[in-house]
Write a protein that binds this ligand. Sequence first.
Ligand SMILES: Cc1cc2nc3c(=O)[nH]c(=O)nc-3n(C[C@H](O)[C@H](O)[C@H](O)COP(=O)(O)OP(=O)(O)OC[C@H]3O[C@@H](n4cnc5c(N)ncnc54)[C@H](O)[C@@H]3O)c2cc1C
Length: 756
Amino acid sequence: MANSTERFFTGAVRGNRRVNDSLPKHDIVLLGAGHTHAHIIRMWRMQPIPQTRLTCISDHTVATYSGMMAGTLAGNYQPSDMEIDLVRLCASCGVRFIHGKVTGLDVEGRRLRLENRPEVTYDLLSVGIGSQPTLPTGNEAGLSIKPMQTFLPRLRKTINKILAQYAGEALQIAIVGGGASGVEIAFCLQQFIKHHYGDTTASKITLVDAGQQILGGMSPRTQKLANRELQRRGIQLRMNSRIVKINGERELVFEEGARWEPDLIIWATSAKPPALLGALGLPLDERGFLLTRNTLQSSGEECIFAVGDTSTVEGERYAKAGVYAVRQGPVLWENLRRKLEGQPLQAWQPQSQFLALINTGDERAILDYRGLSFHARWCWRLKNRIDTKFMAMYQSYDPPEMMHATAETSADAELAKQCGGCGSKASARVLQKSLPALQQSKYDHVLMGLDPPDDIALLAQRPGLSTAVSIDFFSAFVDDPFLLGRIAALNALSDLHAKGATPSAALSVAILPHGSDEQQARLLNDLLAGAVREFSPHNVPIVGGHSIMGPKLTFGFTILGDADAESVMRKSALSLGDCLVLTKPLGTGVLLAAHMQAACRTEWWTTLVESMLVSNQHAATVASEIGVNSATDVTGFGLAAHLLEMLKSSGFSAEISLGSLPLLPGAAELLENGFESTLAPSNRDSCCDLQIASELQGKSATKILFDPQTSGGLLLAVPEHQIEELLSQCGKQAKVIGRIVKGSTDGCHLSIVIGQ
Ligand SMILES: Cc1cc2nc3c(=O)[nH]c(=O)nc-3n(C[C@H](O)[C@H](O)[C@H](O)COP(=O)(O)OP(=O)(O)OC[C@H]3O[C@@H](n4cnc5c(N)ncnc54)[C@H](O)[C@@H]3O)c2cc1C
């Protein structure tokens, strides 16, 4: 009999293993995805460092290029023109992307702490989380220009709200901060209001600054040009006006005692450090930014780098501007490599002057460089050329190439020596390190589980009920193990939910790529932590498992549960006239296939992940309570094959209307463009009992029928008189897609028709 450790680590997987089959030796983590880190991600595509993983953690799935923000306000660009899609960029460069918010750092343990998920460890860390505008302490009313990713929607929402209350009156807008960004925004906001709210919406913009002159640090001629243009455009200046307090939502209190209540306040003031920097336990400059050596390493810790607005290099004086962050990119890239190789690092020195171009929103720009000043169309064209060229480097999301050589190397040879059979088990130390970290509640029905560990798990049985069992696991399709664990848990629970059974315990199945005990333990811990996050609300403890080392990360669960044999929602229990209801949209297969080729856009990815993280428990409970007799969950074989299974076992046929199938955003477009899961062709081949209306033959839209679903929805056969109640309780994702009809004599069980 296997002991509990063995229950996690038994089995055999052999075969040709390559370098990319093992866990990386080194972990480089980029915190934040600003100007400097974008360069590192792009370089990774061209020259990945062998046996090293690059991870990017960002609190947003897009990065916004500030150089184009004002132009986007002015209508020169679409919002997407200034955005870097981090999901696609990382996928195309072979970089692991974690969408998460970092809350702290354990410098000794080399671990980053994140909100609502396990820590992320690193060998080298680079911190580049930018800066924030300075606001008077105590009340943070008004609109901050950061986070820039949400600035436009926040601006529109606020203006709409104001206009709803103050219809007809001129909008009083205060832009606080007379630096380059405040001046640019003042010019371009005028165009924004005209474009989005029409000429009838009058606005009065005032630029407020504590200093004597706008554009401090630029030449007097540049300041004069900007002043003249502001005056010509009716934008007022309120200089020598330091705001010390905000009362309520928008009353500005000035140092000299004056008060002013504009309708809208936009903060574009000088940079202050994000609060997180103070919590990292690293040396800071006098303003609270991370202090670094000229190698960009933290002054207090050699394995931590800090770049962009986030840091200040000891002994150097320079502004918080994107040009410096951009110029640090190549030095950081070189130094990360050198640090891993133990070589001396390069020094970075800020340039003494830089070209500044201020968009005036009228297809002209003000140029300031080494005492020269111009305000002209050619300056705007120059700015546009520089900015679009910069963005083009980060908006090309070509499919990833094989990141590591496939040729046999000494590391390959080492892996090939690894034993099979029980010799393929990861060491017991892996479990000893990862299992105690699992934070599970105590469950009364678990008589023997992981705490204390034993050879088997023992569960109390509920009298009168039968045991329901199912298994589901898959190879990794996301490179974030915590997310993979969450989806794997919900995917595995789904079979029991589809039958109306109540899950009561889970046994994990894991194939872990080769690596050190430490790395495998961390990986297993993240996978299990993700699973526990989803199992807990379902009252499902993990009571054991079975894991081995193998070529590709694979993870899933056997789920045990209780069911009343009489009321199980069998596939065969269909009735004539039943309505077919699908509880989640289709398209996970094609979207995941596109993601592997860096073609799944951030907004599609976000809804895809949200959908996979929806538990089928609620829909199943509603179905059981209403008295639905027949159900299945739509998974790897796709909608058509799963429905055909139901039909064949009952002798009925079904008609479904293609137009009524709910689809995840992006699925239709990707199918149209030829994307498809590798399993889709065999799913299609298995559906010979299928008749597709002649008008639909060969149409790409029909491919969705064969799209394999990961953590897909339930397919319910609902008596017509109960359909309204079911839909009202299931939520808006549930859709009627067709109905059960009489069995066909020609052997065709499923007809796909056009329809709404
Ligand atoms: C309107 C405007 C226009 C500007 N125009 C110019 C210009 O034309 N030229 C110029 O040189 N400079 C310009 N600047 C300044 C420039 O934007 C900054 O200097 C530059 O963005 C700094 O780059 P960075 O990489 O340090 O940080 P950022 O570009 O700010 O990137 C930091 C990233 O870290 C992420 N992040 C923050 N906190 C966390 C966290 N806790 N966990 C995970 N991720 C996190 C953020 O979402 C962000 O994506 C402008 C600034 C503004 C406001």
